[in-house]
Design a protein around this ligand. Structure first.
Ligand SMILES: [Zn+2]
Ligand SMILES: [Zn+2]
Length: 145
């Protein structure tokens, strides 16, 4: 029902290995510009799974599309990389596929609930519903700075 709560920081040796992996594109697209400080969160649904996995960067193949996933079992345990085919097995109403690796445990990433995502979405909906609120267009002002 909910997204797995497991988190980890990328090991610098694993990051160095990931930098050497080939890419099918002009440049590597990392999950974040500051990958080393980025707290990776497992993308799998919170059902029993062998290891945790989070998107790290784009993969070595564009067809079929692969992504490099950071895999781990315990926060302090060893990490490894998997260049795996992306799930994408169905399209959700927003017309985007599932970003988890093919054959992942649990449901696809739009089918389970990620509480932090729900909160972010609720906030986004709020600003869409109230586009003309005066506070969005007026600032306290500091003498025309
Ligand atoms: Zn997990
Ligand atoms: Zn999926």
């Amino acid at each position: 029902m909910y997204r797995c709560e497991a988190r980890t920081l990328l090991d610098s040796d694993v990051q160095a290995t990931a930098e050497l992996m080939p890419t099918a594109f002009d440049s590597i697209e990392w999950v974040s510009e500051s990958v080393g400080e980025y707290l990776f969160r497992c993308e799998v649904e919170d059902v029993p799974h062998d290891h945790h996995a989070a998107f790290l960067r784009n993969g070595a193949s564009s067809e079929p599309c692969t992504d490099v996933y950071l895999c781990w079992r315990d926060e302090s345990g060893p990490q490894w990389l998997a260049d795996g085919e992306v799930c994408l097995r169905a399209e959700n109403p927003m017309a985007s596929g599932c970003t988890i690796f093919r054959g992942h445990p649990g449901r696809c990433d739009w089918e389970y609930i990620d509480p932090s995502m729900v909160a972010a979405q609720a906030e986004a909906d709020q600003s869409v519903r109230e586009p003309g609120l005066p506070h969005l267009f007026t600032s306290p002002g500091k003498g025309g700075a």
